[in-house]
Ligand binder design. Structure first.
Ligand SMILES: [Zn+2]
Length: 233
């Protein structure tokens, strides 16, 4: 396969003058600001690091994309359930804008809409706390890999595995092994009781949880687990 001549960038509209000043050019093939792919090997990417999708970052190593399933007891305990509608809308729309409406992981855009909001959680297996680290914009194909359980019950795992292999530069077999490891980890985590830490929202935006957050998340948890049971049995 020939190496693409250009590497797409995630540039928010407000930062376009800076990116252009640093050497980014409009690439017709992507319809966005981009840098020559050769810059990834000669160091000239570094001033544009904040705009570079993860998969192209020379300072990071693969896997760039793998499943990050939420432990079963926390299904439904997401920002959409826990925050007022207008607060969640502001957070997700800022995530879309901040990535210039291109996937932060692979640099591409989705078939139906450019990007979706991905809540990035960290699970601490010592304290059993799942903490929100950020919300970012990624394409539907990368999002499908992140939420592997949902993808596999909808019969889309073959396409998700192909996307994962392409983004990571790994074989299908190696990706399958990685998926299995993440799902084993998920089974183990799902047997434990977890606490949730969404203090990132208050720190970043100053938004409180909605007054009925716990009841609303519990209802959403019920909906999601029932739907999963229906798809399994
Ligand atoms: Zn993507």
């Amino acid at each position: 396969m020939t190496r693409p001549a250009w590497t797409p960038l995630c540039v928010p509209h407000s930062a376009a003058p800076l990116a252009i000043h640093l050497g980014a050019k409009q690439a017709e093939c992507y319809g966005c600001l981009a840098i020559p792919a050769s810059w990834l090997t000669d160091g000239r990417w570094q001033p544009l690091k904040r705009f570079l999708p993860t998969r192209f970052r020379p300072d990071l190593s693969t896997p760039f994309l793998q499943p990050r399933p939420v432990p079963l007891p926390l299904w439904g305990w997401n920002l959409r359930s826990l925050l007022a509608r207008e607060h969640w809308d502001q957070i997700r729309r800022e995530a879309y804008r901040d990535c210039g409406y291109r996937c932060r992981i692979c640099g591409m855009i989705g078939a139906d809409w450019p990007v979706e909001a991905d809540e990035v959680w960290a699970c601490d297996d010592r304290t059993n706390v799942q903490s929100l680290e950020t919300v970012t914009g990624i394409c539907s194909a990368c999002h499908g890999v992140r939420h592997w359980g949902r993808t596999s019950t909808s019969g889309k795992q073959a396409a998700a595995l192909r996307h994962m292999a392409a983004v990571n530069g790994m074989s299908m077999q190696a990706c399958q092994t990685l998926v299995q490891a993440r799902m084993d980890e998920w089974l183990n985590r799902s047997e434990r009781v977890w606490d949730l830490d969404i203090s990132w929202v208050a720190r970043t935006y100053g938004f409180p949880s909605r007054p009925d957050a716990a009841a609303n998340a519990a209802a959403e948890h019920e909906n999601l687990t029932r739907a999963a049971e229906r798809s399994f049995f």
